[in-house]
Design a protein around this ligand. Structure first.
Ligand SMILES: [Fe+2]
Ligand SMILES: [Zn+2]
Length: 476
């Protein structure tokens, strides 16, 4: 997809404009780095990494066996599961000691390895997983915050005879029981980051070892599906090969995840261009790197572009650049430019008529969006749809433009720019808010038609499917 070009211009110029869409081919070579992972927390220093670093999803859910609850109520935070390194199935250290700090209204729990963690009473009471406090089937909290006694006190607390649970008797007679691994997963200090929401990204450049997956396997094999989605999370780009050459395949692939994300242009969009046989010198200009649908508040997470028919031409490679990697490079060489691009919002618009009738989209985003931990979360660049509105003092305008231009130049430096020319049957899939995409100029050499179908997925659905697949695959 070519963003707003495919968006607006696809709709407006379909089958007439040579400027739309790209022609892809080729394979990249090896290489990746892990600069981004340096932003992430290392394993907690005060707890054994073997126990907590890659908290096994299944061992937690199976480690608790009380008639009081179902296993599922102690489902842990998400994990990439089978993708994680060194996950230790079933490993469980025993509780050595449980102490009460009534002054601080907190429970101090020690493990046999000598480590200890602190859990406030009010949090433990709020998260009691007994069937009165937490519905064992709906997996929903039954106690309400407005009823919570924030000054709740504990009568007694102890470890279970086996040492793998903590049992709390509250002053009001209520009883709670928590698996020690579950408490470890939810510890307050140096708790493990969610491995899907905060993955260890692998950054890449022109020499990326671009991963490919077979369309047929993705439809049939859960392991392949998991690995493709994990690749989208971690590197943000992958190619699906040998897809049938007909419309509708993105619905099939998207259906393996959940559902496609629609937009003004419909659930999928078609990019068709017929080449005039009398115009063999037919050329099309380059398409600048961009992210799609910048004018949406909720921009699509993942883009898929299926090459149904390819034209014979020279040039026309699809271009990709890792926006996260280059943003970190920019932070290194020009911190002020990085600061400007993370704080100043550009505004974007799209107006027209398409699949659902008339539309007028308008939104604003910083070029480089940071999360609550000041780590890079997403990129938004779209020269095609960037609005004139720039809500900064006039004397900041030139520095802002300088920063944007510098970042865009760095994105296309040879070491950063991946060139990939799609073949018939390919679906390029990529993180729309990380892997910026564009197209080099091309010249058609033989009369032929070109047909691409594109669509989007949302991260919510991809992440959800990944968690489900990780649990199922790990249990096999
Ligand atoms: Fe695009
Ligand atoms: Zn309870």
């Amino acid at each position: 997809m070519t963003g707003r070009l495919v968006g607006i211009h696809l709709a407006r110029f379909a089958s007439s404009s040579p400027r739309i869409g790209g022609l892809f081919r080729g394979v990249s070579t090896a290489g990746s780095n892990s600069i981004f992972s340096k932003q992430l927390k290392s394993s907690p220093s005060e707890v054994p990494s073997s126990r907590y670093m890659n908290l096994p999803l299944i061992s937690l859910t199976k480690s608790y066996s009380s008639a009081q609850t179902t296993n599922a109520v102690f489902a842990p935070p998400s994990s990439l599961g089978v993708q994680t390194e060194g996950a230790s199935k079933g490993h469980c250290d025993a509780v050595s000691d449980v102490r009460l700090d009534d002054g601080g209204k907190q429970l101090i729990m020690s493990w046999e390895g000598g480590q200890s963690q602190t859990f406030p009473y009010v949090w433990l009471r709020d998260n009691c997983r007994c069937s009165k406090c937490f519905h064992p089937v709906a997996l929903a909290r039954l106690t309400m915050a407005h009823d919570l006694d924030v000054d709740v006190t504990v009568a007694s607390a102890d470890k279970s005879p086996e040492g793998d649970d903590v049992i709390i008797h509250w002053d009001d007679g209520h009883e709670s029981q928590f698996p020690s691994d579950w408490l470890a997963a939810y510890r307050f200090v140096d708790s493990q980051r969610d491995q899907i929401l905060n993955p260890k990204y692998k950054l890449w450049g022109a020499d990326i070892d671009l991963q490919s997956f077979e369309f047929g396997e993705l439809l049939e094999d859960d392991r392949a599906l998991h690995d493709w989605l994990a690749e989208l999370v971690i590197r943000g780009i992958a190619v699906v090969k040998n897809t049938p050459s007909e419309v509708g395949q993105l619905h099939r692939l998207g259906g393996r995840v959940a559902f496609l994300r629609s937009c003004n242009y419909g659930p999928t969009f078609q990019v068709k261009s017929k080449v005039d046989p009398s115009n063999a010198a037919y050329t099309s200009g380059p398409l600048a790197l961009h992210t799609d649908l910048a004018y949406y508040i909720r921009q699509p997470g993942i883009q898929m572009l299926h090459c149904i028919e390819q034209a014979e031409c020279t040039g026309g490679e699809n271009l990709f650049s890792d926006g996260f990697k280059v943003a970190l490079d920019l932070k290194e060489v020009d911190p002020e430019a990085f600061r400007l691009l993370t704080t100043v919002q550009f505004e974007f618009f799209d107006v027209g008529t398409d699949h659902y009738g008339k539309f007028h989209q308008y939104s604003r985003h910083p070029t480089i969006e940071l999360d609550e931990l000041k780590e890079i979360a997403s990129i938004t660049i779209s020269d095609h749809s960037r609005d004139p509105m720039l809500r900064v003092p006039p004397d900041q305008v030139q520095p802002v433009y300088r920063a944007l231009s510098k970042y865009c130049k760095m994105l296309v430096e040879p070491q950063n720019l991946l060139k990939y020319k799609m073949e018939k049957g390919d679906i390029t899939t990529f993180n729309n808010r990380r892997a910026l995409h564009g197209r080099s100029a091309f010249q058609v050499t033989k009369a032929s038609g070109r047909h691409l179908e594109g669509s989007y997925l949302e991260w919510d659905e991809v992440n959800s499917r990944l968690r489900v697949l990780a649990a199922e695959l790990q249990s096999k």
